[in-house]
Design a protein around this ligand. Structure first.
Ligand code: BES
Ligand code: ZN
Ligand code: ZN
Length: 518
């Protein structure tokens, strides 16, 4: 897709479809909606005047209304896109609105779309808090690009309905504003392309995307963006004594992949980062298919377990964006990829394995495999010098029970680090809800015969006991754990997003990493 940013009056821009945002400025309780356009162009306002006054369009979030041959505009169609109440407007609504515009255009075969940059100053201050231009610009591009992806790769009769051109049309402005908008536009492209890359990996079926293929895809991406990438397998797991990771991998005919991607910031000549500068570790669960192993899962819904590598894919996508956004902080990503299969060689309930850290683990349930591969991945990241750790994993059904599909789980052993992550969420617009990760749950994973066991005694609090298991392997290193089991796959079409992989966590991880930039 061709993406352009132009500075001119949207009314004079010739395009098959021009999307313009609107908000509802009514504030009184039970008041009728009062839609107002986020445009200072008289021609645009005039073209929309009748329908805006008709009461047909209420400017609720994601609502769209399409007008053909709008008078006074060069566009063939004018699409009004609601962003909801003006008082609650943030960049997140802009992201969703831009997505809704693209998803309205695509099924109509309108593959060239222009979006008028939302002008918050079209309204008086009492209606709107000013939003930073850079973040608005970024959100428009992100929303549009994320909405542009559909997951029909394996359909023989697929028609390419991807947009051919996306133009963002912003009003002429002073240089500093133009620079900000341009920067947001450039960042938005990087971030959205990274998130879409993650989504394309998560979409792949388990027979196509084996651990080896995941390693190849990561290596190809690293080659493209100039990252160092090492992909290891069975031998390296044995060499590093990764007994927990290997336990999961040993039951599959497909060899595991240990993927290590490294980003070293390039500083100006003669400058270097201080000796005690943070080194960020991104660790991902990359189970390319989770049958549950010997503790096999029920058949119903098992096909979805191809997305059990979404945490790994999030880290690979985040690394892609990091390579392009170039924060001044070293980042190492460790991805632990394996297939969890029942087999003559598979690990069994009751087995005791020794993790790379030296801790012994009693296996109670082979379906609690994610925490095993992560235990070794987290410990290995520490040995590589990481001072701050984050992991992402489709780790527990319990987290889905607790939070549903709207919030992912957030756990941490350090408030300051966790708050930094929560600040990152304000920019990313992704939702994570902090759940407990305190020592009072620890005795639930005590084992009678080993140092620790891989599940809690009961089903209750399963997301927390899983987090506590991981905590045993990070020690005192500040660490954030993201349980994305409920949010990595979209079962329903959303106004701004196709069904299927969401790419959750890429944007937040990226912002969190950037917050450590020198
Ligand atoms: N991959 C699953 C978790 C999962 C569940 C992801 C639903 C996506 C949707 C994980 O490996 C698993 O099976 N966890 C078990 C742990 C249990 C055996 C302690 C679970 O949550 O049931
Ligand atoms: Zn499992
Ligand atoms: Zn799993």
């Amino acid at each position: 897709m061709d993406t352009k940013l132009l500075f001119q009056d949207a009314a004079g821009f010739a395009t098959p479809m021009l999307a313009v945002f609107a908000v509802d400025i009514a504030t009184a309780v039970d008041a009728d909606p009062l839609p107002a356009l986020l445009s200072t162009s008289d021609a645009v306002t005039n073209a929309a005047a009748k329908v805006m006054a008709s009461g047909e369009f209420k400017a609720t979030l994601g609502e769209t209304l399409l007008l053909h041959s709008p008078s006074g505009l060069k566009a063939e169609r004018l699409l009004l896109v609601g962003l909801g109440k003006s008082k609650s407007l943030s960049v997140n609504e802009v992201r969703r609105g831009a997505g809704a515009a693209v998803r309205t255009a695509k099924p109509r075969g309108v593959l060239q779309v222009a979006i008028a940059f939302p002008e918050d100053h079209a309204l008086s201050d009492e209606h709107l808090d000013e939003l930073p231009c850079l973040l608005i610009s970024r959100a428009v591009v992100e929303g549009a690009l994320l909405a542009n992806s559909d997951y029909d790769t394996y359909k023989s009769d697929r028609k390419d309905t991807a947009l051919q051109t996306l133009s963002i049309v912003a009003k002429e402005a002073e240089k500093s504003t133009r620079t900000e908008i341009q920067q947001g536009f450039d960042e938005g492209l990087i971030v959205a392309n990274a998130q879409n890359f993650t989504r394309s990996l998560v979409n792949e079926p388990g027979n196509v995307l084996t651990p080896t293929v995941l390693g190849e895809r990561a290596a190809a991406m690293c080659e493209e963006v100039g990252l160092k990438c090492e992909v290891y397998s069975t031998e390296k797991l044995h060499e590093l004594k990764m007994g927990a990771f290997w336990a999961v991998a040993q039951g599959s005919g497909e060899p595991p992949a240990l993927i290590v991607m490294t980003y070293e910031p390039k500083l100006e000549k003669g400058k270097s980062l201080p000796k005690d500068a943070p080194v960020i570790g991104l660790v991902g669960k990359g189970i390319t298919f989770d049958t549950g192993g010997i503790s096999i899962k029920p058949a119903e819904g098992m096909e979805k377990m191809k997305y059990d590598m979404a945490g790994a894919a999030a880290m690979i996508g985040a690394m892609r964006a990091i390579a392009q956004l170039k924060p001044k902080v070293k980042v190492i990503s460790v991805v632990c990829s394996a297939e969890n299969m029942p087999d003559g060689r598979a690990f069994k309930p009751g087995d005791v394995v020794t993790a790379m850290s030296g801790k012994t683990i009693e296996i109670v349930n082979t379906d609690a495999e994610g925490r095993l591969v992560l235990a070794d991945g987290l410990h290995y990241a520490k040995t590589l010098g990481c001072t701050h750790l984050i992991d992402a994993a489709t780790l527990t059904g319990a987290c889905v029970v607790a939070l549903g599909m709207l919030n992912a789980g957030l756990f941490s052993n350090d408030d300051e680090t966790c708050e930094k992550f929560q600040d990152a969420m304000k920019i990313s617009g992704e939702k994570f809800w902090r759940l407990p990760c305190t020592e009072d749950y620890r005795d639930q994973i005590n084992s009678q015969i080993a140092d620790i066991r891989n599940t809690g005694g009961t089903r209750w609090g399963g997301a927390t006991t899983a987090a506590l298991f991981l905590k045993e392997f990070v020690g005192d290193t500040p660490w954030v754990h993201l349980d994305i089991a409920g949010c990595a796959w979209n079962d329903e079409v959303k106004p701004a997003l196709a069904k299927g992989p969401t790419g959750i966590a890429v944007r937040s991880i990226l912002e969190w990493v950037r917050s450590y930039s020198a």
